[in-house]
Every structure is written in C-alpha cells, then in structure tokens.
Design a binder for this molecule. Structure first.
Ligand SMILES: [Zn+2]
Length: 81
C-alpha cells in the first residue's frame, strides 16, 4: 500500500487487514486505518471498510433492527391499528 502514496484508492481495491496510510473524509483525516469486515448478526448484510465506517454500519443496523422490533408496540401506543 505504501507504494501508492498520492494515488486515489477505490474501496473495491482494499483487502481485509490492509492498512490505509491516509483516509480523507468530509469531516477529517484518518491515519493508518485497518480495513475490516463485519456482518450484521440480525440480517447477515456485510460491510468491508475502515473500522470507523464499520462502526457506523453496525450502529445503523442496530438502530434499524431495534426499530423493526418495537414498531408494533409504537403503533399501538400512538393509537394506531
Ligand atoms: Zn442488519
């Protein structure tokens, strides 16, 4: 990976365990980012990317599946059918 300094690397080119020296995002710069892969235990969707983005994937799925699980109770409590 170090021989590609200055090159734009597409996500599809990354392998699990790769260390990306610099990742520039809308909100900041991350250094020495390890590429990981995680799967949602509820639905099986899989994500590959930096640990920070994997955390967002996990948090998003957790929020989504919790919402799905309580949706019927929410509808009843709000006077719905
Ligand atoms: Zn999921």
């Amino acid at each position: 990976m170090t021989d590609r300094v200055g090159e734009l690397i597409q996500a599809g080119e990354l392998d699990i365990g790769d260390i990306v020296p610099i990742v520039i995002t809308r909100t900041g710069i991350q250094y020495d980012c390890e590429i990981v892969q995680v799967s949602c235990p509820a639905c099986g969707e899989t994500f590959k990317g930096t640990k920070r983005d994997a955390g967002g994937f996990i948090a998003g799925h957790q929020a989504y599946h919790e919402f799905e699980n309580v949706q019927d109770l929410m509808i009843k409590s709000m006077g719905g059918i």
